[in-house]
Write a protein that binds this ligand. Structure first.
Ligand SMILES: [Fe+2]
Length: 243
């Protein structure tokens, strides 16, 4: 489904699968933000075809983190020519193929085909995809390498206004209007590298740094209004819940 002029949801909750996958449509190719579970590949391909992108190569995959429900199809798209980008703290998940059975109570359900990431960044960095610029902000806590990506949808520019600002938040917080009173779903705490102190710092930093028009989270639904309020609500909820 299309959420802005350049961005589509191509797998995830709307397709009865775990982990939202977003496609950015360029002129000559497609970039994905996250790739869902390893079983999501045919759904992603079918969605790209439905929206007329089957003739375009997937050239980039920007990962918000290395969990199975986000990096599950990284090896699949790398084999088809995509460059895989991930923050350094989570690169090892890709090399190892997720949680090995001895590191999690979830066993083999949390593993996926491994791959060697092509772009490993450590600090805030601008990653380019055709005419788009994705600013990658390492915001650890959910995992060591959790990252937000901020992007302007340049196709939404008018003479008077810039294009809408989109913030991809991964799992640090998700928005779901139909769940919980305040519509915020805080991140899963079960990762071996989960660190609540870092989540708090990351959410506080996010409140200072971002004023998005659109929030696209790792789970839940797209948020096309009130992005500023929702970021602050997420930080408040975290402080209230995990103090
Ligand atoms: Fe996650």
């Amino acid at each position: 489904m299309q959420v802005t002029k350049s961005v589509y949801i191509v797998s995830g909750a709307s397709y009865d699968l775990l982990g939202n996958v977003y496609a950015i449509r360029g002129e000559r190719g497609v970039a994905l933000v996250d790739s869902g579970e390893s079983v999501a590949a045919p759904v992603i391909e079918a969605s790209l075809a439905r929206w007329g992108m089957d003739g375009l190569p997937v050239t980039h995959l920007f990962l918000t983190h290395g969990h199975m429900d986000h990096a599950g199809c990284a090896a699949y798209f790398q084999k088809k020519g995509a460059k895989i980008a991930v923050q350094e703290g989570d690169a090892h998940w890709l090399r190892e193929g997720g949680f090995q059975a001895d590191r999690t109570p979830y066993g083999e359900g949390w593993i996926y085909p491994p791959c060697e990431p092509d772009i490993v960044f450590r600090e805030k960095q601008t990653l380019e995809f055709e005419e788009f610029r994705l600013k990658a902000y390492p915001l650890p806590g959910h995992t060591d390498g959790s990252t937000f990506y901020e992007m302007e949808d340049i196709r939404e520019r008018t003479e008077d206004t810039p294009g809408r600002t989109i913030l991809f938040t991964g799992d640090t917080f998700s928005f779901d209007r139909e769940r919980d009173e305040d519509h915020i779903v805080l991140c899963w705490k079960g990762s071996p590298d989960y660190d609540p102190v870092r989540v708090r710092k990351s959410l506080e930093a996010a409140c200072q740094m971002f004023s998005p028009d659109v929030i696209l989270s790792g789970h839940g639904m797209p948020l096309l209004a009130n992005g500023n309020e929702i970021i602050r609500a997420a930080a408040r909820k975290f402080l209230d819940t995990y103090r």
